[in-house]
Design a protein around this ligand. Structure first.
Ligand SMILES: [Zn+2]
Length: 336
């Protein structure tokens, strides 16, 4: 059973594909044969020397596969096609019992805080398994858990998208940015987005973006001119995005933050928030229900995840380098 690990903090040379130990199923767990995975920024951050990162550690958060051993499950059987929900949650705290697993008091992300999914076989709690409808392929499903579920959680669950509202996506050509664009368009929102690369602009327009902007000091003025003002900012950038995003919002608008590809510290003027009645919404991935509803949206044809490329699992280092070099558009998949 081969698995992908980070030996220590560092660049992609710390990635090793090695023989892993097969472990026995604990009560309540099922064994999954890996089929497809996908790469996320969180995998790259996983190589950083953060205090909560233990090395060596198996990484990977997005995985689809088939049931190898259903354990004591009365619902799952060998061969079932499944997708893994990537948050470890207790299932019995106040937040879990109100279907907010992404706020569980003992929450951990597989691949970041606890060993991840990138192995030919993984044991996971049955409560993390979602069976796939026949018309959703294992390949497509592997694109969904981190990037698409986060975007769905923010825009559908927390914002409650409506037709005609103006959404500005900051970091528009990343995985979550493209997911946000597709979801917002599926709900009839007007979408304005950002990228610094011309070829990506053309792809974003094809997906339904009404305006494409560069991240610079003129962003608020340019966005206002084209959109008339923004109702929701979907920020993936952090330091570079939030202060500019605040200047683009209408009074009563909503600023959402799902990550920080450009850093997490910045200065802003608090008056931009209180005097304009701005709601600030932070989101860490999404809930099981978000992932389930997203799978239904894919099954219905409302959302078609954008796939950039497919690498053999053994070439996961090359796949991560492609993401770091920003030469991709859409999800980078791995075949196990
Ligand atoms: Zn919990």
């Amino acid at each position: 059973m081969m698995e992908a690990i980070y030996e220590r903090p560092g660049n992609t040379d710390v990635i090793k594909i090695k023989e892993g130990e097969e472990t026995k199923l604990n009560t309540g767990e099922v064994m999954v044969n890996a089929e497809f995975g996908s790469v996320n920024h969180v995998d790259i951050w996983g190589r950083m020397d953060y205090p909560w990162h233990k090395f060596p550690r198996r990484f990977g958060s997005d995985l689809s596969g088939t049931i190898n051993d259903p354990g004591i499950s009365s619902v799952l059987k060998k061969g079932d096609r499944v997708l893994l929900y990537p948050i470890k949650f207790c299932g019995s705290c106040e937040r879990c019992l109100s279907a907010n697993e992404n706020s569980c008091s003992s929450r951990a992300l597989y691949g970041d805080h606890v060993p991840g999914f990138f192995a030919q076989m993984v044991n996971v709690p049955e409560k993390n398994i979602i069976k796939l409808p026949e018309n959703v392929s294992l390949e497509t499903a592997a694109a969904l858990p981190v990037a698409y579920t986060t975007a769905w959680h923010v825009l559908v669950d927390r914002i409650g998208l409506r037709p005609g509202i103006n959404v500005l996506i900051l970091g528009g050509s990343g995985g979550a940015g493209i997911a946000a664009l597709q979801i917002a368009r599926a709900f009839g929102a007007r979408v304005f987005t950002t990228t610094s690369q011309q070829w990506k602009s053309e792809r974003l327009i094809k997906l339904g973006a009404e305006g494409i902007f560069k991240i610079d000091d003129k962003l608020p003025e340019n966005v206002l001119k084209l959109s008339g003002g923004i109702d929701v900012v979907f920020d993936t950038l952090g330091s570079l995005g939030v202060p500019l995003g605040l200047k683009c919002l209408k009074k009563g608008g909503k600023l959402t933050s799902i990550g920080m590809t450009t850093g997490y510290e910045f200065n802003f003027n608090l008056r931009d928030i209180y005097s304009n009645n701005i709601d600030v919404i932070g989101a860490y991935l999404g809930t099981r229900s978000d992932l389930f509803n997203l799978i239904r949206a894919v099954s219905s044809g409302a959302i078609k995840p954008v796939i950039d490329s497919l690498f053999p699992f053994e070439e996961v280092a090359k796949a991560q380098e492609k993401m770091e070099n920003r030469t991709h558009f859409g999800k980078i998949l791995l075949k196990f």
